[in-house]
Ligand binder design. Structure first.
Ligand code: NI
Length: 197
Protein backbone atom coordinates (compact mmCIF):
# COMPACT_ATOMS: atom_id res chain seq x y z
CA UNK A 1 0.00 0.00 0.00
CA UNK A 2 2.29 2.76 -1.22
CA UNK A 3 1.39 6.22 -2.36
CA UNK A 4 2.12 5.31 -5.95
CA UNK A 5 -0.58 2.66 -5.87
CA UNK A 6 -3.25 4.63 -4.03
CA UNK A 7 -2.83 7.94 -5.84
CA UNK A 8 -4.54 6.83 -9.09
CA UNK A 9 -7.51 5.72 -7.03
CA UNK A 10 -7.71 9.12 -5.39
CA UNK A 11 -7.66 10.78 -8.82
CA UNK A 12 -10.38 8.46 -10.12
CA UNK A 13 -12.50 9.07 -7.00
CA UNK A 14 -12.13 12.84 -7.36
CA UNK A 15 -13.11 12.65 -11.02
CA UNK A 16 -16.13 10.48 -10.22
CA UNK A 17 -17.18 12.90 -7.48
CA UNK A 18 -16.96 15.94 -9.77
CA UNK A 19 -18.90 14.07 -12.44
CA UNK A 20 -21.61 13.16 -9.94
CA UNK A 21 -21.88 16.75 -8.72
CA UNK A 22 -22.09 17.95 -12.32
CA UNK A 23 -24.93 15.54 -13.02
CA UNK A 24 -26.78 16.59 -9.87
CA UNK A 25 -26.50 20.27 -10.80
CA UNK A 26 -27.72 19.50 -14.32
CA UNK A 27 -30.68 17.57 -12.92
CA UNK A 28 -31.52 20.43 -10.59
CA UNK A 29 -31.30 22.99 -13.41
CA UNK A 30 -33.62 20.90 -15.55
CA UNK A 31 -36.22 21.21 -12.82
CA UNK A 32 -35.85 17.81 -11.20
CA UNK A 33 -36.60 19.20 -7.74
CA UNK A 34 -38.35 22.40 -8.60
CA UNK A 35 -41.82 21.20 -7.64
CA UNK A 36 -45.09 21.22 -9.51
CA UNK A 37 -44.23 24.00 -11.93
CA UNK A 38 -41.01 22.58 -13.40
CA UNK A 39 -40.98 20.79 -16.73
CA UNK A 40 -39.83 17.61 -15.03
CA UNK A 41 -42.47 17.72 -12.27
CA UNK A 42 -44.62 14.66 -11.67
CA UNK A 43 -48.30 15.31 -11.23
CA UNK A 44 -50.04 18.48 -12.37
CA UNK A 45 -53.65 19.28 -13.22
CA UNK A 46 -56.20 16.51 -13.66
CA UNK A 47 -59.97 16.09 -13.43
CA UNK A 48 -61.53 12.67 -12.85
CA UNK A 49 -64.68 11.12 -11.41
CA UNK A 50 -65.02 9.05 -8.24
CA UNK A 51 -67.39 6.12 -7.77
CA UNK A 52 -70.34 8.41 -7.06
CA UNK A 53 -69.63 10.47 -10.17
CA UNK A 54 -68.28 13.42 -8.13
CA UNK A 55 -65.34 15.27 -9.65
CA UNK A 56 -61.91 14.87 -8.07
CA UNK A 57 -59.11 17.15 -9.26
CA UNK A 58 -55.52 18.03 -8.38
CA UNK A 59 -57.05 20.58 -5.96
CA UNK A 60 -58.35 17.58 -3.97
CA UNK A 61 -54.71 16.69 -3.17
CA UNK A 62 -54.19 19.92 -1.22
CA UNK A 63 -54.20 19.95 2.58
CA UNK A 64 -53.31 16.33 3.22
CA UNK A 65 -50.78 13.80 1.97
CA UNK A 66 -51.97 11.50 -0.80
CA UNK A 67 -51.06 8.08 -2.08
CA UNK A 68 -51.80 7.70 -5.79
CA UNK A 69 -51.74 4.34 -7.50
CA UNK A 70 -52.53 3.61 -11.15
CA UNK A 71 -54.00 0.30 -12.29
CA UNK A 72 -57.13 -1.38 -13.60
CA UNK A 73 -59.83 -3.62 -12.21
CA UNK A 74 -59.07 -6.56 -14.53
CA UNK A 75 -55.48 -6.71 -13.27
CA UNK A 76 -54.64 -10.30 -12.31
CA UNK A 77 -52.03 -9.71 -9.60
CA UNK A 78 -50.14 -6.46 -9.08
CA UNK A 79 -53.15 -4.22 -8.52
CA UNK A 80 -55.01 -6.47 -6.06
CA UNK A 81 -51.77 -7.05 -4.15
CA UNK A 82 -50.99 -3.33 -3.96
CA UNK A 83 -54.57 -2.42 -3.02
CA UNK A 84 -54.45 -5.05 -0.28
CA UNK A 85 -51.19 -3.53 1.01
CA UNK A 86 -52.73 -0.06 0.87
CA UNK A 87 -55.73 -1.37 2.82
CA UNK A 88 -53.43 -2.83 5.48
CA UNK A 89 -51.64 0.50 5.65
CA UNK A 90 -54.92 2.38 6.12
CA UNK A 91 -55.87 0.02 8.92
CA UNK A 92 -52.46 0.54 10.57
CA UNK A 93 -52.97 4.31 10.31
CA UNK A 94 -55.94 4.06 12.69
CA UNK A 95 -57.79 7.38 13.05
CA UNK A 96 -55.03 9.07 11.00
CA UNK A 97 -56.30 7.23 7.92
CA UNK A 98 -58.95 9.93 7.62
CA UNK A 99 -56.19 12.52 7.25
CA UNK A 100 -54.76 11.09 4.01
CA UNK A 101 -56.06 10.56 0.47
CA UNK A 102 -55.63 7.16 -1.12
CA UNK A 103 -56.52 7.06 -4.82
CA UNK A 104 -56.67 4.20 -7.29
CA UNK A 105 -56.70 5.74 -10.77
CA UNK A 106 -57.74 3.55 -13.69
CA UNK A 107 -55.54 3.26 -16.77
CA UNK A 108 -58.37 1.31 -18.46
CA UNK A 109 -61.24 3.81 -18.82
CA UNK A 110 -62.96 1.63 -21.46
CA UNK A 111 -63.89 -1.03 -18.90
CA UNK A 112 -63.44 0.85 -15.62
CA UNK A 113 -66.61 2.86 -15.30
CA UNK A 114 -67.34 4.52 -11.93
CA UNK A 115 -69.71 1.60 -11.18
CA UNK A 116 -67.05 -1.00 -12.04
CA UNK A 117 -64.53 0.81 -9.83
CA UNK A 118 -66.98 0.96 -6.95
CA UNK A 119 -67.79 -2.72 -7.24
CA UNK A 120 -64.12 -3.71 -7.44
CA UNK A 121 -63.00 -1.55 -4.52
CA UNK A 122 -65.70 -2.93 -2.24
CA UNK A 123 -63.18 -5.73 -1.51
CA UNK A 124 -60.71 -3.22 -0.07
CA UNK A 125 -60.51 -0.54 2.61
CA UNK A 126 -63.44 1.87 2.08
CA UNK A 127 -61.07 4.84 2.29
CA UNK A 128 -59.45 3.84 -1.01
CA UNK A 129 -61.11 6.00 -3.63
CA UNK A 130 -61.38 4.79 -7.21
CA UNK A 131 -61.02 7.43 -9.91
CA UNK A 132 -61.76 7.09 -13.59
CA UNK A 133 -62.69 9.30 -16.52
CA UNK A 134 -62.94 9.64 -20.26
CA UNK A 135 -60.02 8.30 -22.31
CA UNK A 136 -58.81 11.91 -22.71
CA UNK A 137 -58.99 12.61 -18.98
CA UNK A 138 -57.10 9.40 -18.21
CA UNK A 139 -54.50 10.12 -20.91
CA UNK A 140 -53.86 13.51 -19.30
CA UNK A 141 -53.31 12.20 -15.77
CA UNK A 142 -51.23 9.28 -17.07
CA UNK A 143 -48.98 11.73 -18.92
CA UNK A 144 -48.77 14.10 -15.94
CA UNK A 145 -47.66 11.34 -13.60
CA UNK A 146 -45.43 9.85 -16.30
CA UNK A 147 -47.14 6.53 -15.92
CA UNK A 148 -46.40 3.79 -18.39
CA UNK A 149 -49.66 2.12 -19.46
CA UNK A 150 -50.13 0.02 -22.59
CA UNK A 151 -52.90 -2.22 -23.85
CA UNK A 152 -51.78 -5.80 -24.54
CA UNK A 153 -54.12 -7.99 -26.66
CA UNK A 154 -54.83 -11.50 -25.38
CA UNK A 155 -55.43 -14.58 -27.57
CA UNK A 156 -59.15 -14.71 -26.81
CA UNK A 157 -59.74 -11.21 -28.19
CA UNK A 158 -59.68 -9.74 -24.72
CA UNK A 159 -56.88 -7.47 -23.52
CA UNK A 160 -54.83 -6.72 -20.45
CA UNK A 161 -52.79 -3.65 -19.49
CA UNK A 162 -49.08 -3.35 -18.82
CA UNK A 163 -48.65 -0.51 -16.37
CA UNK A 164 -46.42 1.26 -13.88
CA UNK A 165 -46.91 -0.24 -10.42
CA UNK A 166 -45.47 2.64 -8.38
CA UNK A 167 -47.41 4.18 -5.52
CA UNK A 168 -46.84 7.94 -5.65
CA UNK A 169 -46.55 9.87 -2.39
CA UNK A 170 -47.75 13.47 -2.79
CA UNK A 171 -47.28 15.99 0.02
CA UNK A 172 -49.89 18.32 1.56
CA UNK A 173 -49.30 20.79 -1.26
CA UNK A 174 -50.03 18.16 -3.88
CA UNK A 175 -46.39 17.91 -4.86
CA UNK A 176 -44.70 14.62 -5.63
CA UNK A 177 -42.35 13.48 -2.86
CA UNK A 178 -41.19 9.98 -3.83
CA UNK A 179 -42.50 6.54 -4.64
CA UNK A 180 -44.04 5.12 -1.46
CA UNK A 181 -42.70 1.76 -0.33
CA UNK A 182 -45.38 -0.75 0.70
CA UNK A 183 -42.99 -3.70 0.86
CA UNK A 184 -42.60 -3.49 4.63
CA UNK A 185 -44.85 -4.00 7.62
CA UNK A 186 -48.07 -1.91 7.58
CA UNK A 187 -46.91 -0.34 10.86
CA UNK A 188 -43.59 0.78 9.35
CA UNK A 189 -45.39 2.17 6.30
CA UNK A 190 -47.90 3.97 8.55
CA UNK A 191 -45.12 5.53 10.66
CA UNK A 192 -43.48 6.79 7.46
CA UNK A 193 -46.73 8.20 6.04
CA UNK A 194 -47.56 9.98 9.34
CA UNK A 195 -44.45 12.13 8.85
CA UNK A 196 -46.30 13.89 6.01
CA UNK A 197 -49.52 14.68 7.90
NI1 NI B 1 -52.20 -3.98 -12.19
Amino acid sequence: MTDSRTRPLVVVAAFAASLAIGLLVTFWLLGGWSGATGPAAIGGPFALSDASGARVTDASLKGRPSLVFFGFTHCPDVCPTTLFEMSELMRAMGPDADKVNAYFISVDPERDTPAAMKDYLSSFDPRLKGLTGTPDEIAKVVAGYRVYARKVPLKDGDYTMDHTALVYLMDRNGRFVAPFNLKRTPQEAADDLRRYL
